[in-house]
Design a protein around this ligand. Structure first.
Ligand code: ATP
Ligand code: MG
Length: 496
């Protein structure tokens, strides 16, 4: 038992201040006794101050003050604040109960022992999985509760390059180990080299029969301001087309009848011809996405697997339309499962949304924001949960994010992002939020229901995920120049 500090100043049940004997880093766990029992505290700020040096105004005095400070140990003050994360005995029983009173001034502050932290953070029950180590204690493994992710949602909010996709890949790996069902909406083709067990790569497919004419127009890349083309498509895309066994043939024949009809206005004929070109081009480029035979897109998604849905070749709107259809079907399927009707997914499904601000933007609605909001609100009842991943939290719909039960946060520098995070989770205080920019890649604050208590964690690196590294431009240029020197043709170069 090593005393590392003494409670001073104004102490409150939820936050104490203490003067430390030695270095105490932010993210460290300490403990102190209160009348309610032993309390665990998370150090949120750590300041080092020299009273002599803080008041000097010129260089000569600074030199003198430095010498005086060196021989006067009282001059250097280590001032820390720490937030109560709960009564230790209750935490050990899996409950978070906060103290009702602060420790008395003068109470000794101890470093929480490794053994105690191991008992708190490492849980080997079947719903808990390891994701990393405590940042300040490399020998303490941190486990998270997957059941909470599968029922109460998770948001991974961190600046670019801080390890969001690595954490998501790690969660996917752990879910696979538990035979879970997960769908990763892969907007930047980041996961197509994910080499974990039970991964299935799913190409996006949609049956145009389930699309309305506006959605079909978007899927065919018809500009949103091309009102004449959209109007004509709406006119021809009727039940006869949707129900026809040869949907594209019927649609094209109807358009041809406009294009070739001398009685039609010139403008209408030109619009019909243009639409025919657009459809041919769309089918040539994106034809694989349309499947007029598919009963449900869900048939491609497999239960008990990590399904990676590659959205990388779609525009933002097209990706939103596909996501809306998939998620609506999944939610309905899980409702059927709960009400004991026939269903594809008999157990909960976790949906991970990379670049979530693209799908649930803050200031407008998207083609899939309704269904995502519905899952955020009601998914828990039906066993459908979300993992939202974003580097710009303040651009996310705040109502949806407020439904997230757990958080992984790192490296946010923009004040708007920081205050957004503090608004949606009360476990990230202003003091803790101020440390976010200084966190390195893979270092994250884990908070909310999936952890026993909030903590600063060094997340494990997933070797099975190769994507996401910054390109080594210097090396790649040198390689290409080398290949050219050897006289290899451009075609061969592309193939390399
Ligand atoms: N916990 C970790 N330990 C070590 N390296 C890591 C860790 N997490 C991520 N990295 C590495 O850092 C780089 C960026 O990681 P990652 O792609 O996961 O970041 P990201 O937050 O998803 O970035 P982006 O915003 O660009 O999508 C990768 O090279 C990855 O291997
Ligand atoms: Mg990423």
């Amino acid at each position: 038992m090593v005393e590392i500090g003494i409670v001073v100043g104004e102490a409150r049940p939820e936050r104490i201040q203490f003067l430390a004997k030695d270095v105490v880093r932010v993210g460290e766990f300490v403990r102190a006794d209160t009348v309610d029992g032993r309390v665990l505290y998370l150090v949120e700020s750590s300041k080092l101050e020299s009273k002599l040096l803080s008041k000097v105004g010129d260089y000569i005095t600074a030199i003198e003050a430095r010498e005086a400070s060196k021989v006067n140990p009282r001059d250097t003050v280590r001032h820390c604040t720490a937030r109560a994360v709960g009564l230790i005995e209750e935490i050990l029983n899996g409950r978070r109960v906060y103290p009702t009173l602060p420790p008395d001034p003068g109470t000794p502050v101890f470093l929480a022992e490794d053994e105690l932290l191991k008992r708190i953070f490492h849980n080997s029950s079947k719903e808990w999985v390891a994701v990393g180590k405590l940042l300040r204690r490399e020998n303490v493994t941190v486990s998270v509760n997957l059941n909470k992710v599968a029922s109460r949602h998770l948001a991974i909010l961190a600046a670019t390059g801080k390890g969001k996709s690595n954490l998501l890949a790690l969660i996917a790996k752990r879910i696979a180990e538990k035979n879970g069902t997960m769908i990763i909406l892969d907007y930047h083709a980041e996961y197509h080299e994910l080499k974990i067990e039970k991964v299935k790569f799913v190409p996006p497919r949609i049956n145009p029969r389930y699309l309305d004419s506006e959605e079909l127009a978007d899927m065919l890349d018809i500009r949103s301001d091309a009102t004449k083309q959209r109007d004509l498509l709406r006119k021809v895309y009727g039940k006869d087309v949707v129900k026809s066994p040869d949907l594209w043939g019927t649609l094209k024949r109807k358009l041809e009848s406009y294009a070739n009809n001398e009685d039609e206005e010139f403008q209408t004929r030109a619009t019909a011809s243009r639409l025919l070109e657009i459809i041919d081009r769309g089918l040539a480029i994106k034809g694989k996405i349309f499947d007029t035979e598919a009963e449900s897109p869900l048939n491609l998604i497999e239960p008990n697997k990590i399904n990676v849905l590659d959205l990388s070749e779609l525009t933002e709107t097209q990706a939103q339309i596909i996501v809306a259809h998939y998620l609506t079907e999944i939610l309905n399927d899980r409702k059927n499962a709960i009400f004991k009707r026939s269903s594809r997914f008999k157990s909960p499904v976790i949906i991970a949304v990379e670049e979530a601000h693209t799908f649930i933007p803050q200031d407008r609605s998207s083609r899939c924001s309704d269904v995502l909001a519905r899952i955020a609100r009601e998914g828990r009842k039906f066993g459908v949960s979300l993992i939202l991943v974003s580097q710009r939290p303040c651009k996310l719909n705040a109502d949806v994010v407020s439904q997230m039960g757990s958080f992984a946060i790192s490296g946010l520098t923009h004040p708007k992002d920081q205050s957004f995070v503090m608004d949606v989770t009360d476990e990230v205080s202003t003091e803790l939020g101020a440390t976010l920019p200084s966190l390195n890649t893979g270092e994250m604050i884990l908070a909310g229901q999936w952890v026993t208590v909030p903590a600063l964690v060094k997340v494990d690196h997933v070797e099975e995920k190769h994507m996401g590294k910054d390109l080594d431009a210097i090396e790649l240029w040198a390689e290409e120049a080398n290949v050219r020197r050897k006289g290899i043709s451009t075609e061969e170069l592309i193939r390399l």
